[in-house]
Design a protein around this ligand. Structure first.
Ligand SMILES: [Zn+2]
Length: 76
């Protein structure tokens, strides 16, 4: 699979730290499986992983702590 961003690098299976900030809290998910471009570092999530991350976002929003750090392996 070629990188959509630089169009020359290869996307390789990897893991990344995913983080996002909502209105007043920040969520960090460690060890999220992804594809990473070996050349420019562009990260791509598969549809199933993106879906799971969405579910986690919702859960974290309910917890409403300022900073939530989760491990993908443990919650997926
Ligand atoms: Zn790239």
């Amino acid at each position: 699979m070629k990188c959509l961003s630089c169009k020359s690098g290869d996307m390789e299976a990897s893991v990344t730290i995913y983080f996002t900030d909502l209105k007043n809290c920040m969520i960090i998910i460690k060890n999220a499986p992804c594809y990473k471009c070996e050349q420019c570092g562009e990260v791509l999530f598969s549809a199933s992983v993106a879906e799971k991350l969405d579910v986690l976002m919702d859960k974290a929003e309910i917890l409403a702590s300022e900073l939530t750090i989760m491990e993908y392996d443990r919650i997926a």
